[in-house]
Ligand binder design. Sequence first.
Ligand code: 5GP
Ligand code: MN
Length: 330
Amino acid sequence: MKLKELLNYLPEDEHVYITGHVHPDGDCLGAALGLYQVLNKYRKTTVVLEERPESYKYLSGFSAINNYEEIKTKLDEIYKTKYSLIVMDSGDISRIDPVKEMFNQATRTINIDHHESNNNYGDYNYVDAKASSTCEMIGVLIGLLENDFTELTKEIAECLYTGIVYDTGVFRHSNTRKQTHKIAAYLVDEDIDFTWIINKMYHARSVTSVKAMKYALDNLKLVNEDKIVITVITNEVLEKDGLIKSDTESVVSFLNEIEGPIVSAFFLETVKGQFKVSFRANSFMNVCRVAKKFGGGGHIKASGCTVTGTREEVIDMVLKELDLEYKRNN
Ligand code: 5GP
Ligand code: MN
């Protein structure tokens, strides 16, 4: 999809809301804020996300984000109007569950995403499972591959670069393609401080995130003849040490760097009896298929789901499915 098509699809007199998945990450924030800055010139546009994660406050447009608490107070008025809702970086609408009613009541919905598991839930779907990130797709949308830089500003470049770097693990994951580098090169041409962005995202750790990592490594286990590496952080530990979910963000990718195992799974008990499971695979395993068994999804090599039960029950259920997936390939 190109910007012109998107604008043709969005009536001039209707408000456009941009949202993304719960616990917005670098790609979700970068894409939402990047597109916001483009669209805001043509349509009245508002970004709605669950929260404003402090570590991304350098992104232009950050302070204009409406969090769920703020939008809740305006919903009755919004429902009286005609509006379009653009959902970004979300494989299915359960990923925007807290604002699902906003989706249901929208005059038109647009789904912009790169997840393998995307089920084309929008009225208009711009889905590219080969794209490294939603941010790469926004780069395509504004015409960078046709050498059209009219929409690009330094601020937008910082947003899109942040998302590309986040979802590719700094151009390292197999979702990185020639086009990813090309788009990144055009963004770098806007004179962005890419060293600062990469360092901020990947080489700066809070004390609490180091505590979370220590706990995760202390509890690491190799199972299934050392083919699977798992670890868990319980809700009790989170509360005792004052850790938050974002402190645990780099745990699963760290596990995946261990040589030997082919898949890693990180179990984070976000609320008592409810585990957010993150999977990373470094070979032929399709962890998206495993996540889907539990109502989740994602990409072939990086996916997630939420599973309810005790620590033992959840780990047992997930390991069984991982084992089945392993056997499918052997
Ligand atoms: P993470 O484990 O880092 O939270 O997520 C890895 C990938 O899987 C991300 O692309 C994310 O969007 C996707 N993902 C994580 N949890 C879920 C989930 O519960 N449902 C779906 N559909 N995708 C998820
Ligand atoms: Mn993404």
